[in-house]
Design a protein around this ligand. Structure first.
Ligand code: ADP
Ligand code: MG
Length: 688
């Protein structure tokens, strides 16, 4: 191992126990961690810009003499100083200032300021610049671009800079071991790339750096993506090494189940069912991702998998991200599995007290065969007796650790349970290479027959009345409709309020219609009732929050209005829209947007109008929003890279694959080192 990986940050100047503690909380313990703590962006403080040449919106250093300074009482009290160099004048403005500042900024004082230039009412201005008084022995300007580090409260930029500068001194002396194979032709060696990015020279191409396309960044991004890929493979290998119960295919049970359905599985469903059946029969855990567009019939595939495990005498856990979706599964599986005498158990956050205790007992005793629920299934006290298969619907909302935590409480089985992950957000291929390298992938690339694509229209909220009239006409003609209220706020309470207000307003406008309401704040029994009434056609219009985003299935509903669609991500819109277009009649979706739309908003809604193809929409989403949003992993940190960015670095992914293979095959001893350097979460993974 490199020296640098072993030297604790405590050895550095200025690091006492307190700072060391904060750094450790941030995952920085050794010099190596500091070197891989890379700047987010750079400021150019290497040259002084003449005031006349300073451009609106840029960060620059200027130097000049104070010509006038005054406290001004406008809308807000501020300290205003005019400073002048040979080329022009500029106004400094401070809304917060001390008496000492006021005294310093006297006429005649010489200053060097750094800040963003903007064009204000009095010409060029800088708000709250950093500044320093100049005297005869003032330091020259910076020799390198100034890095801005990602940070956490309590560690300032100057601290990061000083620490990283010290780490660089070690690096320059000792270098850092290259762990990447030689087959790649890299423009920079690792040591050089690190030095460059912590300390770019004044002539560095700032534009390329800003876009993440500088060769030094590409070198590091490549290694980081390789590290990520390796860590997922390691995760996979560790699980597979433990083995899993063999669950041979049970054709008799499966065929009996399928022949009782009112429809035949599609070719795509059959193919995926066969993939799964083969996986389950092997003594290593299945790690399979099933991707399928909204409405492609993933539930049936899940049922087939569950049946195979159950027929072999094992329990199955099925997890969904929302209560409503879990309830839909509950209803489906009740209908399918009750005739087969399979005992089912429900477990959600709302299962409390003795009910919960009893449920846990039945799960632990193995009486409950199919357990359906939400996040509640992850809780520490949920223990199974013989859990053979874990099915996770809408994987992108759960972290990989949550899924794995469940597989650790499987009870008395040989090895790990099999895992089936289903996602309705089609993940662009390139992204899944990074995000799901630990999973095998099957795609349901066919919709059940008889579906008609949903026609989507963009309508300005100013024309809301027309839309209401259109809903009324459709419902009177026997169709059913959803009216979806959205809010940016995560708050359930506000969402519920908005939906309630809309329902009231629509009931007043359309007294002749049966109008239902469903939102996350309702009791499960109320929600069930609202869904049942809509399913039965007793209500023609269902006002809803985005709780109906996933899973809800009412084939007669053929019209959907989405309010404020510009606030939602494309994947979410696609999910919502997938609630219609499930029957034979032509379906429509109206995106009732609030003008004016941003350019990005226009592009996103435009993509919805153009296409019903989940993969196309996911690619667009990735392009317009970035992978964290697309996968919903922003919180879980699954795709928080230091240097790598997607889709910016998409073109590297092919090499990533090749390099990762080569390393695993030819340099297995380098795997640990690469992962440790790059993935702050490696310790969490290590526990798996
Ligand atoms: P998703 O992939 O979005 O989870 P679902 O499993 O909810 O899709 O299926 C959507 C609808 O299609 C359900 O009403 C389901 O019963 C129906 N369905 C599934 N498979 C078929 C099929 N092969 N033929 C006809 N309808 C099907
Ligand atoms: Mg589904």
């Amino acid at each position: 191992m490199d020296e640098i990986a072993k030297i604790p940050v405590r050895e550095l100047r200025g690091v006492g126990p307190k700072l060391a503690g904060k750094l450790a909380d941030y995952g920085v313990r050794h010099l190596e961690d500091l070197l891989f703590h890379l700047p987010l962006r750079y400021q150019d403080r290497t040259r002084i810009t003449p005031i006349a040449a300073a451009q609106d919106g840029t960060d620059v250093v200027i130097e000049g003499e104070v010509r006038a300074a005054d406290v001004v009482f406008g809308r807000r009290r501020s300290l205003v100083a005019r400073i002048q160099d040979g080329s022009g004048t500029l106004t400094l403005r401070f809304f917060h200032f001390s008496a000492a500042q006021k005294n310093n900024l006297k006429s005649g004082a010489r200053l060097r300021c750094f800040g963003q230039v903007r064009r204000g009412s009095s010409g060029l201005e800088m708000y709250h610049p950093e500044y320093r008084m100049l005297d005869s022995d003032s330091a020259p300007v910076e020799e390198a671009l100034t890095p801005i580090y990602p940070t956490t409260s309590g560690i300032g930029q100057h601290q990061w800079r000083s620490l990283c500068a010290q780490a660089l001194t070690y690096l320059r002396k000792a270098g850092i071991e290259e762990l990447m194979p030689e087959c790649g032709s890299y423009p920079y060696a690792l040591t050089q790339a690190l030095i460059y990015l912590h300390n770019p020279p004044p002539d560095a191409a700032l534009d390329a750096l800003r876009e993440g396309l500088h060769p030094a960044q590409l070198r590091l991004a490549l290694e980081e993506l390789v590290a990520h890929n390796l860590s997922l493979f390691r995760l996979r290998e560790r699980q597979q090494r433990e083995g899993a119960p063999e669950l041979p295919a049970r054709d008799h049970e499966l065929n009996a189940f399928l022949s009782a359905l009112p429809f035949a599985p599609t070719q795509a469903q059959k193919r995926v069912l066969a993939d799964i059946a083969a996986d389950l029969a092997r003594p290593v855990p299945m790690l399979r991702l099933v991707q399928g567009d909204v409405g492609s019939g993933k539930t049936l595939v899940a049922a087939g998998a569950a049946l195979q495990a159950i027929a072999n005498g094992y329990q199955v856990a099925l997890m969904a991200p929302t209560e409503l979706l879990a309830e839909q599964h509950w209803q489906n599986f009740q209908q399918w599995f009750k005739p087969l005498n399979i005992t089912m158990e429900w477990l959600s956050g709302r299962t409390k007290g003795t009910k919960r205790k009893d449920a846990l007992c039945r799960i632990a005793a193995g009486e409950a065969i199919l357990v359906i629920g939400t996040h509640a299934l992850f809780q520490a006290d949920v223990e199974f007796s013989r859990l053979g298969l874990v099915i996770v619907d809408e994987q992108h909302r759960f972290g990989v650790h949550q899924r794995l935590s469940l597989t650790r409480k499987a009870g008395n089985i040989a090895g790990r349970p099999h895992q089936l992950v289903m996602t309705a957000t089609p993940i662009p291929r390139t992204l899944s290479m990074v995000a799901y390298a630990d999973l095998d992938c099957s795609v349901i690339d066919e919709l059940p027959p008889g579906r008609t694509p949903v026609a989507t229209a963009l309508v300005d909220a100013g024309r809301r009345d027309e839309v209401v009239a259109r809903v009324a006409a459709a419902c009177e003609a026997g169709r059913q409709a959803y009216w979806v209220c959205t809010l940016i706020e995560e708050s359930d309470a506000l969402q519920a309020q908005a939906a309630e207000a809309t329902a009231q307003e629509l009931r007043a406008a359309l007294p002749q219609l049966g109008i239902g309401l469903i939102h996350g704040r309702m009791k499960p029994a109320e929600k069930e009732q609202a869904m049942a009434a809509f399913k039965a056609g007793d209500t023609a219009l269902l006002v809803a929050t985005t709780v109906i985003e996933v899973g809800v299935d009412v084939p007669n509903a053929s019209l959907m209005i989405i309010e404020n669609p510009e606030r939602l991500g494309l994947a979410q819109l696609h999910q919502l829209r997938g609630r219609v277009g499930r029957g034979a009649q032509e379906s429509h979706c109206v995106l009732l947007y609030q003008p004016p739309l941003t350019i990005n908003g226009k592009q996103r809604l435009g993509a919805m109008r153009e296409s019903n193809d989940g993969f196309y929409i996911a690619e667009k989403d990735l392009e317009l929003r970035g992978p964290g949003e697309v996968l919903g992993t922003r919180q879980t940190g699954l795709l928080e890279f230091r240097v790598a960015q997607l889709p910016t670095h998409e073109h590297l992914l092919q090499d990533v694959q090749t390099l990762s293979d080569t390393i695993r095959r030819e340099h297995p001893n380098n795997v640990e080192g690469i992962i440790r350097r790059w993935t702050g979460t490696s310790e969490e993974f290590a526990k798996v």
